[in-house]
Ligand binder design. Structure first.
Ligand SMILES: [Zn+2]
Length: 173
């Protein structure tokens, strides 16, 4: 995917608060990327052993590993509107508290965890900086930064570990 840069200069927007009203964790909440250059790689979400390699990097490095990155669709309510925004890896990690690879592993061990994660996030109040996609062609605003506002906020994975009684012992990376 190249940068077909259209100068849709709409500025980033930070409403005073956003309340999470829903999170789509029904399967397509992550994508695979080259762990070397972070280019998006094609993937079959139904095949747990799928491990595509980056064609560009594999010319230089032997079989560069791929990794999962978040692409969470989050419904939020701001002062006067409700909308769906897309939360990519850096922002999603703030809410989730772990990498997408770790989260998918957790969901494999605990099949309802993805639904639970969505429930855990519902009602969470955050300050979000929303920006239009750089390519100017995405249907949703992107969460450029997120900061949970609740004092006792815990990342989702911590709440889930507690819920499922998974100890603080190190989970395999
Ligand atoms: Zn690559």
């Amino acid at each position: 995917m190249e940068a077909g840069r259209r100068t849709a200069v709409v500025e980033a927007w930070t409403p005073p608060y956003c309340t999470v009203v829903g999170v789509d964790t029904s399967g397509g909440f992550w994508y695979r990327a080259c762990s070397n250059c972070e280019r998006t790689l094609p993937d079959d979400h139904r095949n747990p052993n799928s491990n595509p390699t980056c064609r560009l990097c594999s010319q230089r490095t032997f079989a560069p590993p791929s990794k999962r990155l978040y692409r969470l669709l989050v419904s939020i309510a701001t002062v006067d509107k409700v909308m769906v925004v897309v939360c990519f890896d850096r922002a999603a990690r703030v809410l989730m508290g772990c990498s997408a690879d770790e989260f998918v592993d957790f969901c494999r061990a605990h099949p309802l965890a993805a639904e639970k994660a969505a429930e855990v996030l519902e009602g969470e109040m955050c300050r979000m900086t929303l920006s239009p996609s750089k390519k100017g062609n995405a249907e949703h605003l992107r969460v450029a930064a997120v900061e949970p506002l609740r004092t006792g906020f815990r990342p989702v994975i911590e709440t889930l570990r507690k819920m499922y009684g998974v100890g603080t012992s190190k989970t395999k990376s």
